[in-house]
Ligand binder design. Structure first.
Ligand code: NAD
Ligand code: AHE
Ligand code: ZN
Length: 375
């Protein structure tokens, strides 16, 4: 197959708010600096649903979504030294070129190299797509497009992992779990003895709980409007629960009252700007730090009284938990293999790839943390 176009199955998003359509697509060979990957397993993250629902200002259609996956390198383009055919890999939507201004800074995990291309649904070389259906180009998504049996990614956007790793599990290390763990360990740098509030107990929020517990947080308050999440969340480290629907006061007030003035750290894992405000305002005066993880819809803006910041609260945000992807994703895989981090526990469902729309329904329905699709 090397050097040739591959014809395979992919789930095409033809337009916002339409079910995905699993059909035959053509995947062109990788060009210089690119890698073609056979995706074996992909999960569905809320960001895929958000984009499919037409809420992403960068969302382009038709496209192939998907960004939390694992697979095996099928072929590489000219000049690629990072990986070779047969390597087990995790595609990384947050690239790491190790050369740009961002990569050379230890203050960020963002990479500037391929971002202009990935934001426009194309590959950097020629600013074109490698996917087509009957000759019509289909856009890439987040530089990963893992809802396809084969995808083409930039070589700087693929992490080579331990060949002993089970791909049907560690595909989750492509987004949600690293995001939650890293938000705690890299962005907030939660200390032992801290109090924490987590808004939204999906896979991201529960990874925050796991990270906070590992960091030695003594009180971890889970906030969700779906009480079905509470029992589950205990296994990930949550010690107390708050359902905003059961309180008439603003939820920040409820948490401030529960914690003698507020939490040391809070995390917004929903993508709701009102909740982002609550998450900031439930932080303790003088030092409380709130981290925005959730992705808000196009046009939404955050607000609070500046006095909240004047009096020492800090508002932060994180992408992929601050992890430098190509360097640190393989380290997270090792941590999983050494049983130092949970992954299996986040997999609530497994489905064949053909049932991808059912996977989206499960996520929307609130019963699924992560559904792994088997390609
Ligand atoms: P999810 O859908 O599995 O979980 C969201 C949770 O929020 C659910 O349990 C839901 O019941 C709860 N929720 C919804 N509305 C709520 C409200 N008003 N108050 C309290 N809880 C509420 O989603 P996920 O996959 O865990 O992703 C969470 C968010 O993180 C999404 O916005 C996603 O786009 C974003 N995300 C960001 C990054 C990043 O790098 N910054 C990475 C991954 C995901
Ligand atoms: N494109 C959107 C924002 C989407 C967004 O913020 N994506 C996160 C990852 S979510 C993974 O589930 C991210 O990494 N952002 C940093 C980046 O470089 O995209 C918008 O609002 O335009
Ligand atoms: Zn994601």
């Amino acid at each position: 197959t090397e050097g040739k176009t591959i014809t395979c199955r992919a789930a095409v998003a033809w337009g916002p708010n339409k079910p995905l359509s699993v059909e035959t697509v053509e995947v062109a060979p990788p060009q210089a600096g690119e890698v073609r990957v056979k995706i074996t397993h992909t999960a569905i993250c809320h960001t895929d649903a958000y984009t499919l629902d037409g809420m992403d200002p960068e969302g382009l259609f038709p496209c192939i979504l998907g960004h939390e996956a694992a697979g095996i390198v099928e072929s590489v383009g000219e000049g690629v030294t990072e990986v070779q055919p047969g390597d087990k890999v995790i595609p990384c939507y947050q690239a790491e070129c190790r050369e740009c201004k961002f990569c050379r800074s230890n203050k960020t995990n963002l990479c500037g190299k391929v971002r202009p291309a990935t934001g426009n649904g194309v590959m950097l070389n020629d600013m074109k797509s490698r996917f087509s259906v009957n000759g019509k180009p289909i856009y890439h998504f987040m530089g990963t497009s893992t809802f396809s049996e084969y995808t083409v990614v930039h070589a700087v956007s693929v992490a080579k992992i331990n060949p002993a790793a089970p791909l049907e599990k560690i595909c989750l290390l492509g987004c949600g779990i690293p995001t939650g763990l890293g938000a705690v360990w890299n962005t907030a740098k939660v200390e032992s003895g801290s109090t924490v509030a987590i808004f939204g107990l999906g896979a991201v929020g529960l990874a925050v709980a796991e990270g906070a517990k590992a960091a030695g947080a003594t009180e971890i308050i889970g906030v969700d409007i779906n009480p079905a999440k509470f029992e589950l969340a205990k296994n990930f480290g949550c010690t107390k629960f708050v359902n905003p629907k059961e309180h008439k006061e603003p939820i920040q007030q409820v948490i401030v009252d529960m914690t003698d003035g507020g939490v040391d750290y809070s995390f917004e894992c929903v993508g709701n700007v009102d909740l982002m405000r609550s998450a900031l305002e439930c932080c303790h005066k003088g030092w409380g730090t709130s981290v925005i993880i959730g992705v808000a819809a196009s046009g939404k803006e955050i607000s609070t009284r500046p006095f909240q910041l004047v009096t020492g609260r800090v508002w932060k945000g994180t992408a992929f938990g601050g992890f430098k992807s190509r360097t640190q994703v393989p380290e997270l895989v090792e941590k999983y293999l050494n049983k130092e981090i949970k992954v299996d526990e986040f997999i609530t469902h497994n489905l064949p790839f053909s049932k991808i729309n059912e996977g989206f329904e499960l996520l929307h329905g609130g019963t699924s943390l992560r559904c792994v699709l088997h390609l």
